[in-house]
Design a binder for this molecule. Structure first.
Ligand code: GUN
Ligand code: ZN
Length: 446
């Protein structure tokens, strides 16, 4: 299929699973159509329903027969680092040493525009081949690297949120901006990219230790000037980090209070990790309608701790799932959900697969105020969706065979759960962005 014709209608037959509305109870408020049709026109979803109900309307159309496969909304990864693609799975140490030994040297390479452009292309390919159609992405300190990423995403017509990292201390000098430069370059990037096509900007102070008070204040001014830009940073990930923040900001009541003081805590602010919060921080995240990015793979990899999802549920705080590549060890959000399940097991609060799916589709979209365009399969939304193959290899075929009857999936939760443990890139049969197939397993598409 391509989009050269003015009215390009495409009809897909598969099992369909999504959450059509915001809910605090994803395990009951899902929509499952075992033998369904999904219809797109140009970049939008225009119809969804059961094959039996809809087929008469689409008799004259060619139908893409995807029976036995599961269509879900395009996956949303709410916190990851594009320049860290190449250093994923680097051995040893916890957060602060890991930043110094691997992260900063790698991010310094992005002063070179050609290099940034090359990695941006690889990064976006990794996203789509893993079924991720939207990311909330940290770039490097270099303005040009953010431009390279936005340029590449706009060519794919992707809904991508990203920002230039701001840091003016406690990192190598070649990676430091200043309060004024951080403000100027962030503002220029907002003007260039925020709201352009499907792109959006996120103000991105790396984390409190690498920003001076002046820099946080400068970014707070921008946040006020641009009330609809997103904000992303890290919060309460590692015990040494937290102690460092306490020493650097002695006047502040808590780690979150540092960001709050400068107007950086609001709806659309996404805080990575949040592993060791004080009660008042939980309450403030709730009252501000801010979002926590739960990064299970990263938190295990860096030995940072176990996120208390149950506590977030009790406080009614927005939680989205995130890979946090390259401290996270996989781009695959299904695998990330598998890691989240294991973390929750250790906390004796199991995570059901539907809640996991919600946190990387509709729930994540709601947290970003984007549920009218992404995160579900509703008519009128952008046609970002993923076709999963439950039988992508010998083992998964064996594991899921009893869950598939007459070429339709009879137990979608069970299939999803098995895939959250077994998935790799072959699980993602196809990825669609704005109605276009941008990835098919074992096939080069342009
Ligand atoms: N805290 C500050 N920067 C980073 C980063 O790049 N990755 C992670 N996991 N935590 C951080
Ligand atoms: Zn991170």
């Amino acid at each position: 299929a391509n989009s050269t014709m003015q009215q390009q209608v495409n009809v897909y037959r598969a099992s369909l699973l999504d959450f059509p509305a915001p809910t605090s109870n994803p395990s009951s408020d899902f929509r499952y159509i075992q033998d369904g049709l999904l219809v797109t026109r140009n970049s939008k979803i225009v119809d969804i329903g059961s094959y039996n109900n809809l087929i008469s309307s689409y008799k004259s159309h060619t139908i893409s027969d995807l029976r036995g496969k599961l269509i879900i909304p395009g996956l949303i990864d709410s916190h990851l680092h594009f320049p860290q693609t190449e250093m994923l799975a680097s051995y040893g140490e916890q957060l602060l040493e890991w930043l110094n030994n691997y992260t900063f040297p790698t991010e310094a390479k992005f002063a070179d525009d050609d290099y940034a452009t090359k990695i941006a292309s690889i990064f976006l390919h990794q996203l789509v081949s893993n079924g991720t159609t939207t990311g909330m992405v940290f770039s490097t300190v270099h303005k040009s690297a953010a431009d390279a990423l936005f340029n590449a995403a706009s060519k794919l017509n992707m809904c991508l949120i990203a920002g230039k990292v701001c840091m003016d201390r406690h990192c190598p000098v070649e990676l430091q901006d200043s309060p004024a430069l951080a403000q100027q370059h962030s503002a220029e990037l907002i003007e260039s990219w925020h709201g352009k096509g499907r792109l959006a900007y996120a103000l991105t102070p790396r984390f409190a230790p690498t920003s001076s008070e002046q820099q946080l204040a400068a970014l707070g001014e921008l946040a006020k000037q641009y009330p609809d830009v997103y904000i992303q940073t890290h919060l309460s990930e590692n015990l040494n980090e937290i102690e460092w923040v306490r020493q650097l900001f002695p006047k502040h009541r808590s780690y979150l209070d540092v960001y709050d003081q400068y107007g950086l805590v609001r709806k659309g602010s996404v805080f990575g990790h949040c592993l060791h919060l004080q009660d008042e921080e939980w309450r403030r995240l709730k009252s501000a309608q801010a979002t926590i990015a739960f990064c299970p793979s990263s938190n295990l990899f860096l030995g940072s701790g176990l996120f208390e999802l149950e506590k977030a549920r009790q406080h009614g705080i927005n939680v989205s799932l995130a890979s946090d590549v390259g401290a996270g060890t996989s781009f695959n959000m299904l695998r990330t959900m598998g890691d989240a399940y294991k973390v929750c097991q250790l906390k004796h609060n199991p995570l059901c697969p539907l809640e996991g799916l919600y946190m990387m589709t509709q729930g994540a979209a709601c947290n970003l105020g984007l549920e009218h365009t992404i995160g579900n399969l509703n008519t009128g939304t952008d046609a970002d969706f993923v076709v999963l193959d439950p039988a992508f290899n010998e083992l998964s075929a064996l594991r899921t065979q009893h869950l598939i009857e007459e070429r339709t999936i009879s137990a979608p939760q069970d299939v999803l759960f098995a895939l959250s443990m077994l998935a790799d890139e072959r699980t993602i049969f196809q990825t669609y962005i704005a109605g276009n197939c941008v990835h098919q397993v074992n096939k080069e598409l342009n």
